[in-house]
Design a protein around this ligand. Sequence first.
Ligand code: ATP
Length: 249
Amino acid sequence: MSANQNPTLMIDQLSVSYGHVKAVSQFSLSVQAGEVVALLGPNGAGKTTTLRALSGLLPIQQGRVTLNGVQISGRRPDQIARAGLLQVPEGRQVVAPLTVLENLQLAGLASRRCPAHELNKEIDRIFSLFPNIARRRDVASGLLSGGEQQMLAIGRALIARPVALLLDEPSMGLSPLLTEVIYEFFGRRAEFFGGVAVILAEQSRIALTVADRVCVLSKGRVVFTGLASEVSQSLMVHAYLGVESNGTT
Ligand code: ATP
């Protein structure tokens, strides 16, 4: 992965407001194909707002977002998803009455990015990534555990063959043990995220275990962007306590 390579996902000076309240200010980040960037920050830092704005679910006040060089900011959420930017939202959101298999079929067909004749092969691929949900293929997804629902939600996004994938706090609401299971899966990076530009939002440092780089948000502003190995405990404390920081470690 070369620093000179054109980024798959480029976010330039993104600002998002709720009415008069600015939630995210001048957020810039580039993510290469195959790279995982952790987006860290405390409750209310602006992680979900950023991801929802990238997906077109919130209007952008200022800034520009491109995917493989094509502008996606200002487009509708369905157009952005079809272009290949997919989000796994906080709280999972599977279609509860449908079985695991039906959820995957629906996601594959709805995306239009997975050709119908390859759907079964893609579903087998997702089941091989997540054996836990393969065993539950005929169970209504509303009856799955939180961890299984998270795996299904990720499977639904992967089946649509994302170019860029936004994961919003996949550990939220999961026990430490289940969080570890999910992160063990993510640890198999090439199988899960091979070639995909990934932003992984989390409140905790667990995201650093699989990230190449990290971007730390505090009160809607980026306070650090750098290698995951470079982020220091003191910077995290500053960001999480809301203390001003110049981003040095
Ligand atoms: P969490 O980890 O709790 O999900 P977050 O980092 O994702 O937090 P956001 O949910 O993006 O943070 O919130 C950023 C800011 O925007 C916060 O100050 C929050 O109170 C505010 N905010 C979020 N949603 C709304 C909304 N619908 N209307 C008004 N303000 C909002």
